[in-house]
Design a protein. Structure first.
Length: 128
């Protein structure tokens, strides 16, 4: 059985580790810890690949702000009517509501916008 002193020290280490993350690392951690469960970066298996849905969003929105706004709002409350990828919904079904708050989704959306998923990046190394 773990004693309270050990748990307290472990909690402090966890908090120190989280607070030492910079914004880029935090965004990468959020993305890789959540989104890649279904959305593989370079290929579609159980959901559209990140490259595929990012390309659709970039075509639809001219600015980073519009990209982030639409993506974070849609992922917060996925719906067929507002989808840019009706073919993906037919193929994979509608993405479920995940329960993330809007600010977390905005961080993840900005990371997706800023990241080139065809190259090595924080949290992911391209393997041949």
């Amino acid at each position: 059985m773990l004693n309270n002193r050990f748990l307290s020290k472990l909690s402090i280490l966890f908090v120190l580790d989280i607070t030492s993350l910079n914004a880029d690392n935090f965004a990468s951690l959020l993305f890789h810890g959540n989104c890649t469960t279904c959305h593989i970066e370079t290929k579609a298996l159980s959901a559209p690949s990140v490259i595929e849905f990012k390309k659709n969003y970039l075509r639809a929105f001219n600015t980073k702000e519009d990209f982030i706004k639409y993506m974070s709002e849609w992922v917060e409350h996925p719906n067929e009517e507002g989808s840019l990828m009706s073919g993906a919904i037919e193929k994979y079904k509608l993405m479920p509501e995940l329960g993330f708050d809007k600010s977390t989704l905005e961080i993840i959306s900005a990371y997706i916008y800023d990241t080139n998923f065809t190259k090595e990046h924080k949290g992911h190394k391209i393997r041949n």
